[in-house]
Design a protein around this ligand. Structure first.
Ligand code: IMP
Length: 184
């Protein structure tokens, strides 16, 4: 039987409703954070832009927004060590940092980011991810890369839509779809 190239994993409505819950949870956890030292929300480019736009609009605590550039995938396979660039002028020293990621897979990217911020003196570092693939985590990162806020935990599938791409395609799909590159 012919395999479909895209199969539905999460509808747009399901994702939006889950993001509202996550925003409420994050707002509760950071309640009381001072206006003078607001939560530093760092959105990873480019995949997490869609997710973070909705997540941030749901936050009710003082926050400042900035971006991180991280790239680690080529096609459906990790391309090796993540390339990681922090926008110059972002000083994480003494800051409560919330990294917003589209998907945590092997954990390499978040490990690199967390180490970097910890070395730079961040006061706290948490991760909010739309999707998590725990079964794909590198063994040595299983105990250390555990996202604090997870939209959906999913099996080992390659997914696109809601900002996630396959070689820069399909980011704009409104639902989260499983992508089968070899399907006819
Ligand atoms: P990690 O460093 O292996 O955890 O990979 C994280 C990055 O890989 C994410 O930010 C995505 O850009 C990319 N990635 C991992 N799995 C998928 C997927 O299923 N679809 C699209 N991109 C993915």
């Amino acid at each position: 039987m012919e395999q479909e190239r895209f199969t539905l994993l999460k509808t747009n409505a399901e994702v939006q409703s889950r993001i509202r819950e996550m925003a409420a949870e994050i707002s509760r956890d950071y309640a009381g954070i001072p206006e003078e030292n607001p939560l530093l929300v760092l959105c990873t480019l480019r995949g997490a832009v869609f997710f973070s736009a909705d997540l941030i609009r749901g936050l009710t605590v003082p926050c400042e927004i900035n971006f991180l550039k991280v790239q680690s995938y080529a096609g459906t396979r990790p391309a090796g060590s993540p390339i990681f660039e922090l926008g110059e002028r972002i000083d994480v020293r003494g800051r409560d940092v919330l990294v917003v990621e589209d998907i945590v897979d092997t954990g390499q990217t978040m490990d690199t980011v967390m180490r970097n911020f910890s070395d730079k003196g961040a006061k706290s570092i948490r991760i909010a991810t739309m999707l998590d693939k725990p079964s794909r985590r590198y063994a040595h990162l299983k105990e250390t890369v555990i996202p604090d806020y997870i939209g959906f935990s999913i099996p080992d599938l390659f997914v696109v839509g809601w900002g996630l791409d396959y070689n820069e395609e399909y980011r704009m799909l409104p639902d989260i779809m499983v992508y089968h590159p070899d399907a006819e």
